[in-house]
Design a protein around this ligand. Sequence first.
Ligand SMILES: *Cc1c(COP(=O)(O)O)cnc(C)c1O
Length: 230
Amino acid sequence: MTMIAENLHRVQARIAQACTQAGRDAATVSLLAVSKTFGVEWVEAAFAAGQTAFGENYIQEAVEKIQLLRHLPLQWHCIGPVQSNKTRLVAEHFDWVHTVDRLKIAQRLHEQRPAHRMPLNICIQVNVDGGTTKSGVSPPDVLALAREVVQLPRLRLRGLMCIPEPAPDFVAACAVFQSARAVFDAVNAAGIALDTLSMGMSADLEAAVASGSTLVRVGSAIFGERAPKV
Ligand SMILES: *Cc1c(COP(=O)(O)O)cnc(C)c1O
């Protein structure tokens, strides 16, 4: 499992290099280790190598890991789709949700967030590449949803997230990420202060950092290839 420490260092070096190239301070980009499908021993190995923020897609699987690892000071981010019937588990167990795409889900998370916990950190998922079947809010509708979410005191709106289709090359990837960045800038300009732009994964983190990402979500470059989910 020291392989995980090596992989983490390699990913951090990629982030640092991308920041240098973009004229950014490396401290402005944080790394979320996406541990979906990997068991708790993998998370423990990453924690031993200094990683504390972890992303999970499948709620049930995540809640088991969160409970088994509650003795460690970890931060858990929900980066998978959240259906109405899963909001309670998410509100009770996670620190962040990146995938809020409608008011109803935000309201349920707000109502179900336990009073003894900090407000739940929220990113609105933006559908930057336009597919109507894809989850995420279309860019012109993001500001209206943001204005609603900031009214909910058990939530803390932090930013935007996107999962674009893989792009053919660096320039094309940057173009899509920059459209997310434009929405982020517009919401900030409208007076809603956002500090998080969650974009970039193992294959495209350089383009995301060049385009203003503040949080990259990296799975396979840290933990290795995932077995297909059945
Ligand atoms: C799985 C996943 C990732 C990590 O993808 P890798 O290509 O393994 O780095 C990032 N974000 C989301 C939303 C994911 O589902």
